[in-house]
Design a protein around this ligand. Structure first.
Ligand SMILES: [Zn+2]
Length: 272
């Protein structure tokens, strides 16, 4: 089912996950007038070392609001505690209702073998929800979907039991700056929590005006590594000339639990 305006949903466990994995691609969708909604399955209230759980949940809600405003994404934060997400029937049904109401063409989500308990459970919740989206007797208060959305997994580095293998790669060079501005909204994460938990606090520039540049270099390195890792896919998609020059990418793998588009349909879902 393809329309003029695609409806794109991204599932992430924590406020900043969707931005990290799909920020560039979703800016590209928005530029073409498609609708994007970020859904976070937890409130991120374990993501700080100094602020209380209540305080950091509030801060992160504001950071999400700011980040989604940069590119015009809709968003929703589910009321689950960070680090304690349950892949249970209650959350599955909540997710079914959210998906049915939004009616996405594509849903982006983490794979099942991610390192973080909340990421994995987000993936399980979507897997459990996927077929039931179309079953009227499940969550009968919201009309079922009459189609199955395409599900795309976001890139990761986990190799067991199977490595991530991209179905499609997206050149994000033209929107990289915007992606970094989106990430920059998550100040509590990129300048405080993550440097603390991964022991690189001394790298964060004291001068706040230098932080965005630092973030772009720090985070850009990963998207650049992805580009080199999947260079052959870039050349296949964009041709030798352009594909060999792309610096930053995002990459996605089709899931067996969603609709299985043809090659042609898939390029319609990634119209850039
Ligand atoms: Zn996360």
């Amino acid at each position: 089912m393809q329309k003029d305006k695609l409806r794109i949903m991204v599932l992430g466990a924590h406020p900043d996950d969707c931005e990290l994995t799909t920020g560039g691609t979703c800016v590209k969708y928005r530029k073409l007038g498609h609708v994007v909604k970020y859904v976070y399955t937890t409130n991120g209230n374990a993501g700080h070392h100094k602020l209380s759980k209540e305080e950091i949940a509030k801060v992160r809600a504001l950071e999400v609001k700011a980040a989604c405003e940069v590119a015009g994404f809709e968003y929703e934060i589910m009321d689950n505690n960070d680090g304690y997400l349950e892949a249970d029937i209650t959350n599955r049904d909540k997710l079914i209702r959210i998906i049915r109401k939004f009616q996405p063409d594509i849903i982006f989500a983490p794979r099942l073998n991610d390192y973080h308990t909340d990421h994995r459970r987000t993936s399980i919740l979507l897997q459990d929800a996927s077929y039931l989206l179309m079953v009227p007797h499940v969550c009968p208060d919201v009309p079922p979907l009459r189609y199955c959305p395409v599900i795309m997994y976001v890139a990761d580095d986990f190799n067991k039991p199977v490595p991530f293998e991209p179905t499609i790669v997206v050149d994000i060079d033209d929107v990289f700056e915007t992606k970094m501005k989106i990430l920059d909204c998550h100040k509590s994460q990129f300048y405080e929590w993550l440097p603390w938990v991964d022991n690189y606090e001394n790298e964060v520039p004291a001068d706040k005006s230098k932080r965005l540049q630092w973030l772009s270099e720090k985070r850009g390195a990963y998207y650049s590594l992805l580009a080199d890792k999947y260079r052959h896919k870039l050349i296949e998609r964009y041709g030798e000339e352009k594909g060999s020059k792309v610096k930053y990418i995002e990459a996605f793998e089709i899931s067996e639990y969603g609709a299985q588009p043809t090659r042609e349909q898939l390029s319609g879902y990634f119209p850039f």
